[in-house]
Design a protein around this ligand. Structure first.
Ligand SMILES: [Zn+2]
Length: 389
């Protein structure tokens, strides 16, 4: 057996932080508190050892966007996030014309066939294109001219190209055809998620009854309490809270979500149902000050202002420039969330949402996807199961 011992680590377990050692055998966590010898050793010097981060919503990084649709772009972005502690991620496509989505899916296949980094990407996420263009609040930075109603024929073609690669797909539940959308997702074992929606709580509830089980960047580009004329309405947020099983994700860059909203979501849902995401775009993991959201060819220009990506007219945020290490720091240092809870949001919740039982926490039998952070939340080491020689 090929063994690696990480000793003197403040290990962040699902329920506590404890100074101990973790033994890895053939890429799997095989013992906790092991005192003996191993083939190799890492002295963590009292630093934190956490489960590797799982980002279920990320558009790119390191200067590349997955919509660039080349295997090289996929590798650049995946590598860039790995350097910031993300050991599993779902490359995310945004609203686009069908041929751009097909190119994205084909590039993912090519990436899988030739890059060792594809071990970090179990599948992809389609954010759109079946969203509401009802108002700027619901469309956000999605190209409003390309938003459309769920289209069964188009879905069939994309599903055929994807051949099982799509793990989650987002749509607005109030749109005509969303019932068909949810049914198709279910038939294909795809997590069906509410996003960019102008739904009332009743419409969102109908979507949930039809199979929508997750909410994309909760609070961003979805509805909540509002007054329209003489009517008061509840929205996606309230329907989500009323349905215990519905999971959510929050952009934890410290800009998209105020601290008390994060605390509220945690209080109502519990940390195992609230995934931290970056929604990171091309600029994430770089010092670039502007770039394109989406493909280089057809993307939307964005600028960086106050550590977040915005449309050039500042009318909307346009994804984040965060990486998961920044999310950890925001959660623990800026928002005062304890590290056990933060770790759940960064690893366990997304793992639960994807239905994985071999990742997301430091427990015997789980994959050795691990990250070491010092007390200033600076990343010191990344260990990935598939790269352990
Ligand atoms: Zn996104």
């Amino acid at each position: 057996m090929n063994s690696l011992l990480i000793k003197n680590a403040n290990v962040v377990f699902p329920d506590e932080v404890k100074l101990t050692s973790v033994l890895i055998g053939d890429g799997i966590i095989s013992a906790i508190g092991y005192q003996g010898k191993a083939d190799r050793e890492i002295d963590a010097k009292g630093n934190y050892l956490l489960a590797g981060f799982i980002d279920i919503h990320v558009h790119g990084g390191g200067g590349a966007d997955f919509m660039d649709a080349t295997p090289e772009a996929f590798e650049i972005a995946v590598k860039s996030h790995l350097e910031h502690g993300t050991t599993t991620l779902l490359p995310t496509a945004m609203t686009a014309i069908e041929s751009d989505l097909t190119d994205f899916l084909n590039a993912f296949k090519e990436f899988k066939s030739k890059s060792e980094y594809s071990a970090l990407t179990p599948g992809v996420h389609l954010e759109g294109p079946y969203f509401s263009g009802a108002n700027a609040k619901s469309s956000g930075a999605q190209p409003s001219g390309l938003l459309r109603l769920p289209d069964e024929a188009e879905m069939n073609r994309l599903l055929k190209v994807a051949d099982g690669d799509i793990l989650r797909w987002d749509a607005a539940p109030e749109l005509e055809g969303s019932e068909m959308f949810a049914r198709k997702c279910k038939e294909n074992n795809i997590i069906c998620s509410i996003a960019h929606s102008a739904a009332t709580s009743e419409e969102a509830q109908k979507g949930i009854d039809n199979g929508f089980s997750h909410v994309t960047h909760f609070y961003n580009a979805v509805t909540t309490y509002r007054k329209e004329g003489q009517k008061v309405l509840a929205g996606v947020v309230e329907a989500t809270y009323l349905n215990e099983d519905v999971t959510v994700e929050l952009i934890c860059d410290g800009r998209h979500i105020p601290r008390d909203i994060l605390r509220l979501a945690l209080k109502i849902k519990g940390a195992e149902k609230v995934a931290a995401i970056t929604d990171g775009m091309r600029i994430a993991g770089t010092n670039m000050q502007n770039g394109k959201l989406g493909s280089l060819k057809n993307g939307t220009d964005v600028i960086v202002d106050d550590t977040v990506a915005k449309l050039p007219d500042m009318s909307s945020y346009a994804g984040s420039i965060a990486t998961m290490d920044r999310c950890l720091k925001v959660l623990v240092k800026d928002y005062g969330i304890n590290i056990v809870t933060a770790s759940k949001m960064l690893s366990k919740a997304p793992s639960n949402i994807l239905g994985f039982d071999n990742k997301g926490s430091i427990e015997i039998g789980k994959d050795a996807d691990l990250v070491v952070f010092d007390n200033d939340f600076k990343l010191r080491n990344v260990i990935v199961k598939s790269f352990i020689q």
